[in-house]
Design a protein around this ligand. Structure first.
Ligand code: GLA
Length: 731
């Protein structure tokens, strides 16, 4: 019998009140200018009510009363006959899930300047748990969301679909922008109106994930995408391995967007109490068009996602297109001397420097044998480092640590370290002998960390590593993983890679590493926390780079986008373009050179020297400023244009490139963006062909209002002409 007295009546009322409050609980997740609103009733389904710009408390209340709700993380099997984020096979064979809210936790991550909101869910019958996590940055408009999945069932539960996140996008005239491409033509911007049906963007390479499609998208909510107007949601999956983005549009009012690891051939047997954490999906929102959305990604990347995102990047010369495998001490010294004389700050010795028993004379040998080829470099790395110091520049080196050649001492010693199914023959990639090491194996992870450790311990002056990865998983199977975990290989590979990179980054926090993978195959936010930049493409043709860099700039900041001036004629396309054009294109990213300086004329060297000096002046604006894309090369109006401005809007750099040259062609004026209408700006031609032959805009002082509203006539002159103008506020 329960006796009700005053004390326990008060207690009972409090419990009732609390549970009523909880059952109607709404959660608001905010960044400085964006907000995500969820309803999380205790014992009920978590639902999403709103994602957009930050609103007032009154508007939040109105949204709660009027918004249409969508399940925040739809699971398979009970009352949800659509594309789901999560589906499993329980230990007893049951294929259904029914998740209900059991708690909400909010934590302030003071050190990181973020808040973490965790919605805790439990299956109504099974001891199966999912946490939906939201990390909202307080100094960048990005919310990262992922899930943590675990269970207490007696035997493993098989995860069959395990998306990181689900986002409902209300139907209207919604357009999708995403990147596609191929080797040497990466980062092509594709835009389409979303139609009924299923759009899938995915990767199955196993090792690299952005040579063709990318794991980033934008949804333009107000019709055909515009650069500087309209509401846009951006999403980037922070993962380095196989991914799958699904946009399902069927009979209802929503585009159902799901993003996560590609589960194909990767079903995961989750042990009791093991936590499976999905990679984060980074979400952002802007009402300033696609460029606005890009600026949000860029700011977040520089502050939180890019290794040393606030350190200016050095201007470098990379040896690859200059000498390819023909490395020798004297040649390296000459290249270092030449780049130093032109004002460069770093020299990177690319492939071809290693191998003892199997010297790396071409791409068939020696991957895995990271010892100096003494025939090519009798003085070893020390002598190169000494020479770099003599020239007053820093030294960097190329490695491809995740790989081996079957013609290597490493493979002879450890044939079981490569990725291959035990009963199958070896399938080789590049050079007819390249194989991928099995990074699910902790011994292989240790070997890679040791390789970098030995290099850095012996030569602590090494300033930069170009980390390459030139093969896919062609031969599925692991000697290391047990039979019931073979299907984990794709996932374990990337866990292993992250582990290796985490150890290296912790030990060498200031070492700049470039993520290269046959060019731009590793442009993803899964790896960027360990790298300071990526190699945008093996194609260095300035003209084609305009398309690629434009595409990639949608999601990645200029500071991370390695962009090198290469030879005339270009080695990949055979195109001939003026040196100025090649510099002007490379200067809109992280400037470098990739050619043999000894083949340059004195005039070219003199121009390069001036261009490098100019880049040093605009480097802070390009590498740390705000990007405004103005005229898209994809719009085919004969030219392309973009600019960067400081947040204070006191300085900017304007770039324009002639994409098509026809006599008496009409070229519209370009209206700038990102300036202050009330300021006056002086225009300076940064890369004139001759020092005393500047274009007609040079020296003019124009108001921000005029530049924004009327724009400027671009001083083009002939085929492949280009312009780099700095704008400085005049007080
Ligand atoms: C890959 C890279 C190139 C170069 C070569 C060296 O293709 O993308 O930049 O480093 O390997 O073999």
């Amino acid at each position: 019998m329960i006796i009700i007295n005053k004390r326990n009546l008060f207690f009972l009322i409090s419990v009732w009140l609390l549970s009523t409050l909880l059952s109607a609980q709404n959660v608001t997740i905010s960044t400085p200018h964006t907000q995500l609103l969820l309803s999380v009733p205790n014992g009920g389904t978590p639902e999403q009510l709103y994602y957009g710009s930050r609103t007032s408390d009154a508007d939040i209340r109105s949204i709660c009363e009027t918004a249409r709700r969508r399940n925040a993380y739809p699971v398979y099997g009970m009352g949800y006959p659509c594309e789901t984020a999560l589906s499993v096979r329980h230990a007893d064979g049951n294929l259904t899930l029914q998740m209900a809210v059991i708690g909400v936790k909010e934590t302030r991550l003071t050190k990181e300047n973020a808040t973490l909101t965790v919605i805790e869910l439990k299956d109504k019958v099974y001891p199966f748990f999912v946490n939906i996590c939201y990390k909202a940055w307080q100094d960048a408009d990005v919310i990262e969301t992922w899930t943590e999945i675990r269970h207490e069932e007696k035997k493993p539960v098989q995860l069959q679909q395990f998306a990181s996140a689900y986002l409902p996008v209300r139907r209207g005239n919604v357009w999708l922008s995403h990147l596609s491409g191929a080797w040497a033509n990466e980062g092509q911007l594709c835009q389409e109106a979303l139609q009924p049906g299923m759009k899938v963007i995915k990767n199955t390479d196993g090792v690299r994930n952005s040579q063709s499609a990318h794991a980033e998208v934008m949804f333009s909510l107000d019709g055909k995408p515009q650069e500087n107007t309209g509401r846009v949601i951006g999403a980037a999956l922070c993962y380095s391995g196989n991914y799958k983005l699904r946009i399902d549009t069927q009979e209802d009012d929503w585009h159902h967007f799901l993003a996560g690891i590609n589960e194909e051939n990767s079903w995961y047997n989750l042990k009791k109490e093991e936590v499976f954490r999905t990679p984060a999906l980074a979400l952002t929102y802007s009402d300033e068009g696609m460029s606005g959305c890009s600026r949000k990604f860029h700011q977040w990347a520089r502050l939180h996602k890019l290794a040393n995102g606030n350190t200016p990047r050095k201007i470098l010369l990379n040896s690859w297109e200059g000498v390819y495998f023909d490395i020798n001490e004297q040649g390296m010294d000459q290249m270092m001397g030449d780049i130093a004389a032109m004002g460069g700050e770093l020299f990177v010795m690319d492939d071809g420097w290693f191998g003892d028993k199997y010297p790396r004379k071409n791409d068939s040998y020696a991957l895995g044998d990271w010892t100096v080829d003494k025939t090519k470099l009798p003085g070893g790395l020390q002598s190169l480092l000494d020479n770099a110091r003599k020239h007053g520049i820093r030294f960097g080196i190329w490695l491809e640590p995740e790989m081996a050649n079957t013609k290597s001492e490493l493979y002879e010693k450890h044939p079981e370290w490569i990725i291959k199914a035990p009963e199958r023959e070896v399938v080789c990639a590049r050079g007819g002998t390249q194989v991928v090491l099995d990074l699910s194996n902790p011994q292989v992870q240790d070997f890679i960390v040791q390789t970098v450790d030995e290099l850095m311990n012996s030569y602590p002056d090494i300033d930069y590593i170009k980390w390459d990865a030139n093969a896919s998983i062609m031969n599925y199977g692991s000697y290391y993983l047990p039979k019931d975990r073979q299907s984990h290989l794709y996932i374990e590979y990337h866990k292993g890679l992250n582990n290796v990179l985490e150890r290296i980054r912790t030990k060498y926090p200031h070492l700049l590493m470039q993520a290269c993978a046959s060019g731009g195959s590793r442009v993803n936010y899964g790896l960027l926390p360990y790298f300071g930049e990526f190699w945008t493409s093996d194609n260095t043709d300035a003209y084609q780079r305009i398309y690629m860099q434009w595409g990639v700039s949608n999601f990645y900041p200029a500071i991370a986008m390695a962009s090198h001036v290469s030879a005339d004629k270009n080695h990949q396309t055979g195109r001939r373009t003026p040196l100025k054009f090649r510099f002007d294109v490379a200067m809109s990213g992280r400037l470098g050179m990739e050619m043999q300086p000894k083949d340059m004329t004195d005039g070219d060297k003199e121009f390069a020297k001036r261009a490098i000096k100019a880049y040093k002046e605009i480097r802070p604006i390009v590498q740390h400023g705000d990007l405004y894309r103005l005229v898209s090369p994809y719009d085919k109006v004969g030219f392309a244009s973009l600019m960067y401005a400081t947040p204070e809007k006191d300085k900017a750099v304007f770039f324009a490139y002639r994409m098509e040259y026809l006599l008496n062609q009409v070229t519209p004026r370009v209206r700038m963006t990102g300036l202050d209408p009330d300021k006056q700006y002086k225009l300076i031609d940064m890369t004139p062909l001759k020092e005393n032959k500047k274009n007609f805009l040079d020296g003019k002082v124009l108001s921000g209002k005029l530049l924004l509203e009327e724009g400027v006539e671009v001083p083009f002159s002939g085929e492949y002409s280009s312009v780099v103008m700095q704008l400085i506020e005049v007080k």
